[in-house]
Design a protein around this ligand. Structure first.
Ligand SMILES: Cc1cc2nc3c(=O)[nH]c(=O)nc-3n(C[C@H](O)[C@H](O)[C@H](O)COP(=O)(O)OP(=O)(O)OC[C@H]3O[C@@H](n4cnc5c(N)ncnc54)[C@H](O)[C@@H]3O)c2cc1C
Ligand code: SF4
Length: 454
């Protein structure tokens, strides 16, 4: 986990320090703990076996196909993975009955199955989904609550020293810290979670997002206690239904759906490249100095600082750029996987291959999330300080997103013209009188991006 790939140091710190805190907690509870360092989990198990003989080894189902296979070959006995609310076989039963895997259908069934925000079979508040109230642009003259910080303890300092970094303060590495993060979300952010969940203001990196994904993914928090805390706060009053429903949908809907799809779609799914995208990873992803696009520069800079940005920069800026530049899905997936504090195989693969890059030919999402500069301009404050103009699609100052959005549709006319959710956008190409110039500018932009000069 620490060598062989350029993992983000904050991600490594979070995972290693959480593991050491967990080991310490077990010792305090009276367990005998053997904490060893080894190149891989399998090597570690072999070391233990050589010390203690062939003891039976029990393990929760791992969160990737690769790890499952490696451990199964090692003779490990698996127990069901309880980091989720939906057993894999239950999800497979739902999925195998669907014509298309629409998340909204799964989510409504989850609400009923789990009895969350449902009264007599009907949705609390009269609607299943309040998304239309939740897509506001960044607010003006708004005071955001302070960020929560976590003072490093001895274990955090020790891990940081091993990694050669300053001990970070952004992410908790213990159960106590994760519970503080949950309380902080419920007390200071939950009520306003909904309206600004898609906004990207340059002056605030977290908005009212919960910042809980790392803890739910590595087991410091269980999704059911997050749901219980949210529902208890909602029942007490003062939490608008649009914020409550929006948050519950992320936890019992999106998170469970993505995990279910990972296992349902199978091991080969990660290798999909149905749009035949071959461009090597853009230099701008690795180094913010390699681009003048203010949105990309700022977001990649944020990732370097915290190993995290929220859902919309991941989808509508980073993945969108990889999609419309025709970047190789597996190279982009590897980069995302290395950078984010909350990344795991089960969650990155469907989010990148299915949702972000449409590399699965539409198996998961019926249309690609491709967008021009107008979307980013509406939902962020990045464009004001940018060298490019989101309204222009041709010329030297044209926004690369706007140029490449149209060029992407043009390149993939055949792929999308029969898709009823895309046909209107594809027909929009016929109204462009400057299509030849646009194609030329798109070539310049693509070459410039590949050289790190746009
Ligand atoms: C291209 C792409 C890559 C992503 N990679 C990851 C990843 O590696 N790990 C990860 O946990 N999430 C990933 N997500 C989903 C989402 O962006 C993060 O869960 C979220 O930004 C985490 O911040 P938060 O805890 O403040 O989330 P909030 O906005 O507060 O949402 C609450 C919780 O809902 C869950 N959730 C919401 N959407 C998703 C989703 N699409 N998939 C899975 N869980 C979801 C998370 O557990 C999250 O903590 C990705 C999304 C995209 C588009
Ligand atoms: S003009 Fe285009 S490149 Fe610049 S910040 Fe806006 S969307 Fe990003």
């Amino acid at each position: 986990m620490t060598t062989g790939r350029p993992w983000h140091p904050l991600r490594l710190h979070f995972l290693i320090s959480s593991a050491r805190h967990f080991a310490e907690g077990l010792r305090r509870e009276g367990f005998t703990v053997e904490y060893i360092k080894a190149p891989t989990t399998v090597d570690g198990l072999r070391t233990i076996q050589s010390t203690y003989g062939n003891l039976p080894i029990h393990c929760a189902e791992p969160s990737s196909f690769t790890q499952s296979q490696a451990l199964a070959e090692c003779g490990v006995t698996f127990s069901a993975n309880d980091f989720f609310l939906t057993p894999r076989d239950l999800f497979a039963q739902w999925a195998s009955k669907q014509k298309t895997f629409v998340m909204e259908n799964f989510y409504r069934a989850q609400r009923v199955r789990l009895g969350i925000l449902v009264e007599a079979g009907q949705p609390t508040g009269g609607e299943w989904n309040f998304d239309k109230e939740n897509r506001l642009p960044p607010p003006k003259n708004y005071t955001w609550p302070d960020y929560l910080e976590f003072a490093p303890d001895e274990i955090d300092e020790e891990v940081a020293a091993e990694l050669g970094i300053q001990a970070p303060r952004q992410w908790a590495t213990s159960r106590e810290g994760a519970l503080r993060a949950l309380d902080n979300f419920i007390e200071n952010h939950f009520a306003e979670f909904g309206p600004y969940e898609d906004a990207m203001p340059a002056d605030n990196w977290a908005l009212h997002h919960s910042l809980l994904s790392p803890y739910i993914n590595n087991g410091l928090l269980h999704p059911s206690e997050v749901v219980d805390a949210a529902i208890a706060a909602f029942c007490k009053g003062g939490i608008p239904i649009a914020s409550c429903e929006g948050f519950i949908r992320q936890i019992i809907g999106w998170r469970e759906y993505v995990n279910g799809m990972y296992w349902f779609l199978g091991d080969g799914y990660r290798d999909n490249n149905q749009l035949a995208a071959t461009r090597p990873l853009l230099p701008a992803f690795q180094d913010p100095a390699k681009t003048s696009m203010n949105c990309v520069k700022s977001i990649v800079g944020d990732i370097k600082e915290r190993a995290w940005v929220h859902h919309i920069p991941r989808l509508m800026v980073l993945s969108n750029l990889a999609l419309i530049t025709g970047s190789n899905p597996q190279e982009f997936l590897d980069w995302m996987r290395e950078q984010f504090v909350d990344a795991s195989e089960w969650v990155m693969v469907p989010n990148v291959i299915g949702m972000g890059l449409h590399a699965d030919g539409g198996k998961m999402m019926t249309k690609p999330y491709a967008a021009g500069g107008a979307y980013i301009s509406r939902m962020s404050t990045y464009c004001k300080g940018c060298a490019y103009n989101p309204k222009l699609r041709v010329g030297e100052t044209a926004c690369p997103f706007t140029t490449l959005y149209w060029d992407f549709l043009d390149r993939h006319r055949e792929d999308f013209v029969k898709n009823h959710r895309m046909s209107q956008q594809v027909f929009g190409l016929n109204r462009l009188s400057d299509l030849p110039e646009l194609r030329e500018r798109a070539q310049e932009v693509l070459e410039g991006l590949s050289k790190g000069e746009i």
